[in-house]
Ligand binder design. Structure first.
Ligand code: ZN
Ligand code: ZN
Length: 172
């Protein structure tokens, strides 16, 4: 589990005090039950932490890009995630689903960030909306390099035709 530890003691003196944090941090791959999700760039954390009295409220953006496999063409691609953070960390003992625990003056943005990144992954990731998948004839991805097979056949016929015309000319 990745940890993003912030000590917010500077704003705990008075309700309403706030502090901005802006930094980048490398994340280790997230292991889920079925797969391992790798990051292709460091995680950018750009947030504001506000003292709400019973804890702190964190708002801002936590961003990165994940290495996913396209469900159609099976190519790996970079998937950008921009999580709009709005989370409450509480000093109260029982953390519910919406509230994370704050230990003394320390909060850990790691677990909610990992959860947000995993939740952002589509059920069927696509390298691009128009991905054509894999060609059933040659088994290669249907991308810019791939030529439709019909066209190749037509070209061959044209070549044969050209050859025939040529030999006719020669015969005249
Ligand atoms: Zn694809
Ligand atoms: Zn093909």
């Amino acid at each position: 589990m990745n940890r993003v530890i912030l000590d917010v003691k500077d704003i705990l003196g008075e309700v309403g005090l706030e502090e901005r944090y802006s930094f980048k941090q490398d994340f280790a791959p997230i292991k889920t039950e079925t797969t391992k999700i790798e990051f292709v760039e460091p995680v950018t954390i750009d947030i504001k932490v506000e003292n709400t009295g019973a804890g702190v409220r964190v708002k801002g953006h936590i961003k990165s890009a994940l290495n996913l496999v396209c469900s159609r063409c099976l190519n790996e691609f970079s998937f950008s995630v921009d999580w709009e953070v709005d989370e409450v960390f509480s000093t109260e003992r029982l953390p519910s689903e919406e509230v994370y625990a704050m230990e003394n003056s320390v909060i850990d943005l790691g677990p909610p960030s990992e959860e947000a990144f995993v939740l952002a992954i589509p059920m069927k990731p696509l390298c691009k909306e128009a991905c054509q998948g894999i060609c059933p004839i040659c088994g290669q991805p249907i991308d810019k390099k791939h030529r439709p097979h019909e066209e190749i056949k037509i070209d061959k016929r044209l070549e044969i035709l050209k050859g025939l015309l040529k030999s006719e000319e020669e015969n005249e």
